[in-house]
Design a protein around this ligand. Structure first.
Ligand SMILES: [Zn+2]
Ligand SMILES: [Zn+2]
Length: 191
């Protein structure tokens, strides 16, 4: 077997990428595998070995404007439900605008709008701004965020119901003690 480039020299290996035979001069050893010089040049230019599927399926964490794999698109429940908390965990800092929901009276509008924006764009932004091991890894972590979001929502509903029950109970106790109904402050001790 002769080298594909130097036809007068004996080959010592086959390139792991293109399969051509290489002589000691043409041979490149990387990570225990043998390659030819041509393939190494291509690898350095394009980031992928010729003859192999391009290693571009995971382009996460490469910043805004990088194309996002089709599997990543779709509604992000974690971003919608947890807004800025989710944003901190996913390097999506624009989500901090949702902290505006702390503003009295109009704040909830800011929170809701930001939640919807994060629901729509969240997956895309999180993929572009944070390095993920794989698409599967990304989806697994986002499912975890979904469960945290739902759990928090359920906890809030339970808390609100508990407050309501407590309020009604205190109202009845207040009534039975003959406390003036026109003074609601009397019914709830901490008011
Ligand atoms: Zn090669
Ligand atoms: Zn050669």
């Amino acid at each position: 077997m002769k080298c594909a480039v130097h036809t007068d020299r004996d080959a010592v290996a086959a390139c792991s990428s293109c399969g051509r035979f290489v002589c000691p001069e043409c041979k490149v050893s990387i990570g225990g595998r043998q390659y030819c010089n041509t393939c190494l040049q291509t690898r350095l230019k394009t980031g992928a070995w010729p003859g192999q599927p391009a290693a571009t399926s995971n382009n996460s964490g490469m910043g805004p404007n990088t194309p996002v794999p089709a599997e990543i698109r779709g509604w992000n429940w974690g971003g919608f439900l947890l807004t800025w908390v989710w944003g901190i965990g996913n390097n999506v800092w624009i989500s901090l605008i949702a902290l505006g929901s702390l503003i009295p009276w109009i704040g909830w509008v800011i929170g809701l709008v930001m939640g919807i924006i994060l629901g729509i764009r969240g997956n895309e932004w999180a993929w572009q701004r944070k390095k993920w091991e794989s698409i599967e890894h990304f989806q697994k972590i986002q499912r975890t965020w979904l469960w945290w979001g739902v759990s928090l929502l359920v906890a809030q509903v339970i808390f609100a119901l508990a407050l309501l029950v407590l309020g009604v109970a205190l109202y009845k106790i207040g009534n039975s003690l003959g406390i003036d109904k026109n003074l609601p402050g009397n019914m709830i001790p901490w008011l």
